[in-house]
Design a protein around this ligand. Structure first.
Ligand SMILES: [Zn+2]
Length: 99
């Protein structure tokens, strides 16, 4: 399947936006867990953490998809940071050299 340059740029921008949103949410969950730890002590914070992580996984499953073929790209944070191409359709998701 061939895409126009304009489409390819849109795919990259969409992917970048979604990934940034997931990473920001991931950071918020970490901060919220820390806040729970400080507020409630060690007894309850891991429950909040588990709920937050479960929420992130659900969001990643829904949101971490290829903008071109809409296939699921995986929910691991490492995969999110390292993936540069869609493994399903081969569309470039991250520009060479870009973070
Ligand atoms: Zn794809």
């Amino acid at each position: 399947m061939a895409y126009t340059t304009e489409q390819l740029l849109t795919f990259r921008a969409t992917y970048r936006r979604r990934r940034r949103r997931l990473l920001v949410l991931f950071g918020l969950v970490m901060l919220a867990s820390l806040a729970l730890l400080l507020l409630y002590g060690e007894r309850n914070w891991n429950i909040g953490f588990a709920v937050g992580v479960a929420g992130l996984i659900v969001l990643a499953v829904i949101d971490h998809r290829c903008p071109a073929c809409r296939k699921y790209l995986g929910s691991s944070v490492a995969g999110m940071l390292l993936i540069r191409q869609c493994p399903k359709c081969g569309v470039t998701l991250v520009d060479q050299g870009a973070a």
